[in-house]
Ligand binder design. Structure first.
Ligand code: ADP
Ligand code: MG
Length: 691
């Protein structure tokens, strides 16, 4: 089956610099947050649409609603002599007193254009105050003859620093004109009719530039349609991919577990039942004639590494090699040390391959791998570089798999023939999404944590309670335990955040100089950062002040407190990952969530959810629900087939999309319209892979 992106879609895959008004600077900002192609802009959907003229009588309009009203101006209160004060227009509307207040207003434009006794039209958010209505810096004000200047429907987009709604609206308006007019329909007619869905182009139009209340009200239907398109496109892509790369027959492996049993004896703990059950799943895959394609999900600290090792050692016992890939140097090192240690009594060789290994040693290791003298290779992305060839790769394990993409996964598999694939993840995928993302991967879950673990106690405190937190830290440090302090550093507000991270570092260094606090964040030099984390690991430093760089997989069992500053700025899934850095031994651990003054109601709900549950699946579901459009950044998973549009469809529709895709691909019915669909939703890298 041959696949290619039809050329008439090229305008949608051109860079957005093609759009008037998007220069290099704006491009950079948009590229980071939204994407670099026209299509990415089209898939950046508004979270609401303001209907500016959809008003009740003024007396029924609540505080904070956005309304548009005609107002008779009765008085000006000038700020001519003191421009620190606001300029005010007083007036009345529907027998209610009105104040229109302009902060930071200089000049005479308003005085001139809206004199006393004139009628103006004002649109903006209102506030009730002593039975009067205030508009503070209204969005629009015109004299009543120019009410047409106020847009009737105004989409509001998730924003990022430097980008405003006006720019997005204008650019997207242009982007819409680039959609080819002759797009075919890929959803079967029957489904379109049953759901009363608009066409793809229409759906985008109604969502981005609604022209009537009817169009605004079709929003949900439009979102469902696009969501279905996305699911269908992903399923088609996955089916094409599988057809191309499917391994039909692998050599069976005998699971004698001689090696693994020997390792178990050297451990200071017993495996949990749940770990044993997962190991059974892996063994039955290895012993069958089909390729293992399994994802092992287990909360942070549930002990996934040892489970993966069980499979690895059996593959090695059958004279094959294993690759174990992790997203960071630190994590690779950790795995290397752990595996090296517990396989000490076995006659096998383990190697570490990361970008940091020097050239001579690297050449030696590469040579040894190619000749089959190395049994387990542990490493970062370096493992999939073209220079690495295996003699006989039997299994690939990918840790923290959500940090990698389909393309990288496929590259590891391509390092051998009939390679078994095991993916490890601590991030539970909401059930509604897992099928769409993972297609036919089998799932094993480690449901229980090691027995000696105590439940982490989570507390919520305002930032002002620093003294209280300081006492808790002191206690832990005196007990020879260690402390993480995490501050948010988000790209949008990076400069300010780094200042506050550094300030926190200073404050803590002052309070706890004896414990030698260390600092780690993403903007530091790699070596410097790793040194910092290592000194925390080695006990030279007892407090680590960090950004979310510590989120992934670090295992430091004697760290017992994690303080998360401005916790309201993190997504739930991320908070859950961070909290998992503690509670990794028999010691009682604490997670302290500190919030700032500007916490929103949804933010509060998120923190309460964290306090009240440690069920990763529940948290993942809530994360989607409580994300709040545009409120939390940095939760997008990198690498994975990304969902551009949040799924607005239910499980039944997801299954329908999957069935349709299977049907199309298995019957060799991949037509032009399917090529168009798959091309619209998938990245270039992926398209290349399936072409
Ligand atoms: P994760 O699932 O987060 O990758 P790890 O595999 O890193 O977890 O395991 C976390 C820690 O728990 C490690 O120090 C590991 O040796 C230990 N561990 C694993 N299984 C058990 C067990 N059954 N009982 C006690 N400790 C365990
Ligand atoms: Mg791990």
């Amino acid at each position: 089956m041959k696949f290619q992106r039809p050329s008439f879609l090229y305008p949608l895959f051109s860079e957005i610099t093609l759009i008037p008004g998007i220069g290099p600077k704006t491009f950079k900002l948009l590229e980071n947050k939204i994407g670099k192609n026209v299509i990415d802009l089209l898939f950046h959907l508004p979270h609401t649409v303001i209907k500016r003229f959809d008003n009740l009588d003024l007396k029924h309009c609540p505080t904070n609603s956005i309304i548009t009203k005609k107002i008779l101006i009765t008085k000006h209160i000038s700020n001519f002599y003191n421009s620190n004060r606001p300029f005010k227009l007083l007036g009345s509307c529907e027998n209610i007193g009105i104040e229109i207040i302009f902060f930071n207003y200089k000049g005479q434009y308003i005085e001139k254009n809206f004199p006393v006794n004139s009628t103006v039209i004002v649109s903006g958010k209102i506030n009730w105050f002593n039975e009067r209505v205030k508009f503070i810096n209204p969005d629009y004000i015109y004299d009543v003859n120019h009410s047409n200047n106020i847009p009737k429907f105004e989409p509001i987009y998730p924003l990022t620093a430097g980008i405003n709604n006006k720019l997005l609206r204008k650019s997207i308006r242009h982007a819409i004109t680039l959609i080819p007019s002759n797009l075919p329909e890929w959803i079967p007619n029957k489904i379109i009719k049953e759901n009363n869905w608009p066409s793809f182009e229409q759906a985008l139009r109604f969502i981005h530039i609604p022209n009537s209340t009817i169009e605004v009200d079709k929003r949900i239907s439009c979102l469902q349609r696009l969501s279905f398109d996305e699911a269908f496109a992903n399923q088609l892509g996955m089916q094409i991919y599988q057809r191309k790369y499917q391994v039909l027959n692998v050599n069976k492996i005998k699971c004698k577990s001689k090696y693994f049993n020997k390792c178990l004896k050297s451990l200071s703990f017993n495996l949990t039942n749940s770990q044993n059950e997962c190991i059974e799943d892996l063994y039955s895959d290895l012993c069958s004639k089909t390729q293992m394609k399994r994802i092992l999900q287990g909360d942070v600290g549930s002990g996934k590494t040892i489970v993966a090792l069980a499979a690895i050692l059996n593959v090695i016992e059958n004279s094959k090699q294993a690759a174990f890939m992790a997203p960071t140097e630190l994590l690779s090192n950790q795995h290397y040390n752990f595996i090296k240690k517990i396989t000490k009594g076995l006659n096998i060789s383990v190697a570490l391959l990361t970008a940091k290994i020097d050239k001579e040693e690297r050449i030696f290791i590469l040579n040894q791998i190619a000749r089959g003298h190395i049994d387990i290779v542990i490493g970062t992305h370096s493992l999939i570089s073209d220079k690495v060839t295996f003699n006989n790769l039997g299994i690939a394990v990918i840790d923290e798999q959500h940090k990698f993409g389909v393309v990288q996964r496929s590259k590891v598999l391509a390092k051998g023939e009939n390679v078994h694939l095991l993916l490890l993840t601590a991030t539970p995928i909401p059930r509604s999404l897992s099928m769409t993302i993972y297609g036919d991967l089998d799932l094993s879950e480690i449901k229980e944590k090691p027995k000696n673990r105590k439940k982490i106690i989570t507390k919520i405190l305002p930032l002002e309670k620093y003294e209280k937190v300081k006492m808790a830290i002191s206690r832990a440090l005196e007990n020879k335990e260690k402390v993480y302090w995490v501050c948010p550093v988000l790209e949008e507000t990076e400069k300010i955040d780094l200042v506050s991270l550094n300030n926190r570092f200073k404050i803590l260094t002052k309070s706890f100089s004896k414990f030698n606090p260390s600092l780690a964040h993403g903007k530091m030099d790699n070596d410097e950062r790793e040194k910092s984390i290592e000194s925390f690991f080695n006990n030279e430093s007892k407090i680590l002040i960090a950004s979310t760089v510590i989120e992934v997989g670090i295992d430091i069992p004697d760290a017992t407190i994690i303080i998360i500053e401005n916790a309201e700025r993190f997504g739930l899934a991320q908070l859950h990952q961070l909290r998992g850095r503690v509670g990794r031994s028999s010691l009682q651990s604490y997670c302290i969530l500190m919030y700032g003054k500007n916490i929103s109601d949804v933010g509060k709900l998120r923190l309460k959810t964290m306090r009240d549950t440690d069920d990763g699946f529940f948290i993942a579901e809530k994360d989607l629900e409580l994300r709040g459009p545009g409120e939390v950044f940095g939760t997008r998973q990198s690498g994975e087939i990304e969902f551009k549009l949040l799924p607005f469809i239910d499980r039944e529709k997801l299954i329908l999309a999957k069935d349709l895709a299977i049907n199309v691909v298995s019957r060799n019915n991949l037509n032009f319209e399917h090529e168009v669909l798959v091309s619209l939703f998938n990245k270039d890298e992926y398209i290349k892979l399936i072409s």
